[in-house]
Design a protein around this ligand. Structure first.
Ligand SMILES: Nc1nc2c(ncn2[C@@H]2O[C@H](COP(=O)(O)OP(=O)(O)OP(=O)(O)O)[C@@H](O)[C@H]2O)c(=O)[nH]1
Ligand SMILES: [Mg+2]
Length: 221
């Protein structure tokens, strides 16, 4: 996608504030400080539209960014930040769970991990959870520029192994700093944005019971 226009729309705390125009949404989940906002900025060619900082835990709400008036990036608050209270953590869980399970304009979840390090316990939990609910998913391993290229294959292998990424699963190595993976990720996003809208993508209870045709899953192709 050629980005002509990108704008911040809203910092939402719950469904009442989600946009109602039914444009496709690409959500970003990942631990605090992993590089979610930086990834959005790189994808839309803007230095600081999505607010980034070296202080973890900065993004507390779900920030909606609209691209070309045709889709949204939804920047989630990062998980795993030690200084967050138990209550805040619980409300984060509820917000994310509700959004992921009920938002039928959600086309793809990007699980952002740090290529330099093996996945954290929270990364694994998030991956398992997204898989369990059969949500369309791509693991994006960012900050690749911070390790020598010769070591990428080893890090990619460990990341995939420890998360349990299977051969058909989407996985992209990325760097917001040098733009690695940007074109590949746009191609993937464009494909998922075209998936037909036939009800919620993830509701196992409904899926198990019905014989409704399921949305296309390009990752299986
Ligand atoms: N070298 C390098 N630095 C990066 C990259 N991505 C992010 N960073 C840096 O990592 C820090 C955190 O990045 P953010 O994009 O703010 O991370 P976040 O996941 O949005 O963090 P929260 O909003 O707190 O959850 C910043 O200092 C970024 O400049 C990358 O690909 N390469
Ligand atoms: Mg952020």
């Amino acid at each position: 996608m050629k980005v002509n226009n990108a704008e911040f729309i809203i910092s939402a705390v719950g469904p009442d504030q989600y946009p109602v125009d039914a444009l496709p949404e690409i959500a970003l989940a990942g631990r605090s400080n992993v590089g979610k906002s930086s990834l959005i900025n790189r994808m839309i060619n803007r230095k600081n539209l999505a607010r980034t900082s070296s202080t973890p835990g900065k993004t507390q709400h779900m920030n909606y960014y609209r691209v070309n008036e045709s889709m949204y990036f939804v920047d989630f608050p990062g998980y795993g930040y030690a200084k967050v209270s138990k209550t805040q953590r619980a409300s984060w869980g509820k917000m994310v769970e509700k959004y992921m399970a009920e938002r039928d304009t959600l086309k793809l979840v990007l699980l952002i991990v740090d290529l330099r390090h093996p996945p954290t316990g929270n990364d694994k939990m998030m991956f398992d959870w997204l898989k369990h609910y059969d949500l369309p998913l791509c693991v994006v391993a960012t900050k690749a520029d911070k390790i020598p290229k010769t070591r990428w294959p080893k890090h990619i292998k460990i990341m995939k192994q420890e998360l349990g990424v299977l051969p058909g699963d989407n996985f992209i190595s990325f760097s917001s700093e040098i733009g690695l993976g940007k074109d590949e990720l746009w191609e993937l996003i464009d494909r998922y944005n075209q998936v037909s809208e036939e009800g919620p993508l993830a509701d196992p209870e409904i899926e198990d019971g019905g014989n409704e045709p399921q949305p296309e899953e390009p990752s299986e192709a």
